[in-house]
Design a protein around this ligand. Structure first.
Ligand SMILES: [Zn+2]
Length: 158
């Protein structure tokens, strides 16, 4: 289960439970090198032995910062879930309608990593943050990603 894997990674490498979660920091803690590549064709790429035999994530720094965060979390999923080398991910692959099971899994992992269920529930119920735009800002994700995630968790989003 990809969301359980994300929970495990968070409890091992992101113990203070604060948001926004930093996927680059978590990757570094796991020994995965993360590099920006302005010439990258696509949003991101994962290679198990991409740098001196060590795992490497490259991402495009030309996209919006929240997008870059999601890309890194998504590529980290390919690493954690043992997907092996993945082709350069394109924006189409990040859309939830994409049908490759490994891509769907990676997106679920990324969503749980950046928008952990417990932290969302606390933000809404304890901190009383109800505004979609504000929530997206707190978690450092796009409004679209936040909306999708809230619906997934059973919240009614206008
Ligand atoms: Zn992917």
């Amino acid at each position: 289960m990809s969301s359980n894997s994300a929970k495990k990674i968070l409890s091992s490498y992101w113990d203070d439970g604060s948001v926004p979660v930093n996927p680059t920091y978590i990757a570094a803690q796991m020994g995965v090198l993360v590099l920006a590549d302005p010439r990258l064709d696509g949003s991101g790429h994962y290679k198990p032995e991409g740098w001196e035999g060590k795992p490497l994530i490259t991402y495009s720094p030309c996209e919006h910062p929240v997008r870059q965060r999601f890309t890194i979390a998504h590529e980290l999923a390919h690493h954690v879930l043992g997907h092996g080398e993945r082709n350069r991910d394109t924006p189409e692959q990040f859309s939830m309608s994409y049908h490759d099971p490994k891509e769907i899994e990676a997106n679920k992992f990324a969503a749980e990593l950046l928008m952990p269920t417990d932290v969302i529930n606390a933000a809404i119920r304890v901190r009383d943050i109800k505004d979609l735009e504000k929530l997206a800002k707190v978690f450092g994700v796009s409004k679209a990603a936040m909306k999708f995630r809230l619906k997934e968790l059973g919240y009614v989003v206008r």
